[in-house]
Design a protein around this ligand. Structure first.
Ligand SMILES: NC(=O)c1ccc[n+]([C@@H]2O[C@H](COP(=O)([O-])OP(=O)(O)OC[C@H]3O[C@@H](n4cnc5c(N)ncnc54)[C@H](OP(=O)(O)O)[C@@H]3O)[C@@H](O)[C@H]2O)c1
Length: 305
């Protein structure tokens, strides 16, 4: 495989994007950055891992895209459509360019964007983005995790140099290539629809949800979300998802969920792409989601959003 043949363009970079961009640079890849606003010629950022720190720098993309461009879009769910629309307007863009896309929640894409060469990435890494006293971008890699990338079977089976999945597998391990991530994406979605809004409304660490007093609500939230997943032909069971929710709550017992962190830092949350999406998908499919509706009402009363 000729690794140098790929030209990676990473949006942001945010917490996850910066982590991936740093890993690609470590792996000798050519990486450019597409920030929201092109104010500088290059972007510098630091990633702090448990054992070491590393400084990275990548040019801001300004010219024609190279033919072998691969995009990495790791943005908040409410920015996904705009981010995709933006890259389709870049000079040299063509619809065959692979776009690795990672976000929590679910987003209904407009028809033209569904035709893009999208490769969903699910990751359990934990990273937090901040600025230091010099306003430099700092990314703290708080939890090493694993990732799964959906690879179109036609691309997967081609013995070609141009396979971003294989490069990413080496640069950002452990990463598993799968042909259909829908079940994994829905499992993560169900877990997020329980842990994020509950911990945000009650302003508690994830481990709180292990207490007996929460179990009836947690179980109902899981059962309703699984019924919606089943209505989308995703075969999950309430028991397996409930177990997973408890496992994540246990493994991240002391952590504040990303939604609670967003609330604490007065940032926009992904509640509409989580609970909002679930309730709407349930309505369309004729599946009742009263426990999620109640939780959304509490969230909106508390945070008016
Ligand atoms: N962080 C984690 O540990 C983690 C773990 C698993 C999953 N996730 C999920 O992964 C997604 C990304 O999370 P994150 O924490 O990496 O978010 P983040 O730190 O907010 O990063 C998003 C980045 O994308 C940029 N961006 C958004 N729209 C853009 C556009 N149109 N053009 C260029 N840049 C754009 C943002 O710029 P601005 O700063 O200007 O907005 C920001 O730099 C979310 O859905 C999150 O829930 C996160």
């Amino acid at each position: 495989m000729t690794k140098a043949n790929l030209n990676w363009v990473v949006l942001g970079p945010g917490a996850i994007g910066g982590l991936i961009a740093g890993a690609l640079l470590e792996h000798g890849q050519s990486v450019s950055v597409l920030p929201r606003k092109n104010r500088t010629r290059e972007i510098n950022w630091q990633v702090t891992h448990k054992q070491f720190k590393a400084d990275y720098s990548a040019p801001v993309i300004t010219q024609l895209l190279a033919e072998n461009t691969v995009f990495v879009i790791a943005v908040k769910a409410f920015d996904v459509i705009q981010a995709l629309q933006r890259i389709t307007t870049l000079r040299g863009f063509n619809k065959a360019m692979p776009i690795i896309i990672s976000h929590n929640g679910m987003v209904e894409l407009p028809e033209p964007l569904k035709e893009l060469n999208l490769h969903p990435l699910v990751t359990t890494h934990g990273a937090v983005r901040s600025r230091n006293e010099n306003a430099d971008l700092c990314i703290e890699h708080r939890g090493a995790g694993r990732s799964w990338l959906e690879v179109d079977p036609a691309v997967r089976n081609q013995p070609t140099d141009f396979d971003p999945g294989l490069v990413l597998q080496q640069a950002f391990p452990p990463l598993t290539l799968e042909q259909d991530l829908s079940q994994r994406r829905w499992l993560k979605f169900v877990i997020n629809c329980v842990i994020n809004p509950l911990t945000a409304v009650h302003q508690c660490a994830n481990g709180e949800l292990l207490k007996g007093s929460w179990q009836a609500q947690v179980y109902s939230l899981v059962a309703e979300a699984v019924a919606v997943a089943n209505s989308q032909n995703v075969s999950l069971t309430t028991e397996e998802c409930y177990k997973e929710v408890l496992l994540v709550a246990k493994e991240t017992a002391l952590n504040h969920s990303s939604m609670l962190q967003d609330i604490q830092q007065q940032r926009r949350t992904e509640i509409q792409q989580l609970t909002g999406y679930l309730i709407n998908a349930g309505k369309t499919a004729g599946v009742a989601t009263p426990t999620h509706q109640q939780l959304l009402n509490e969230f909106q009363q508390r945070y008016s959003g």
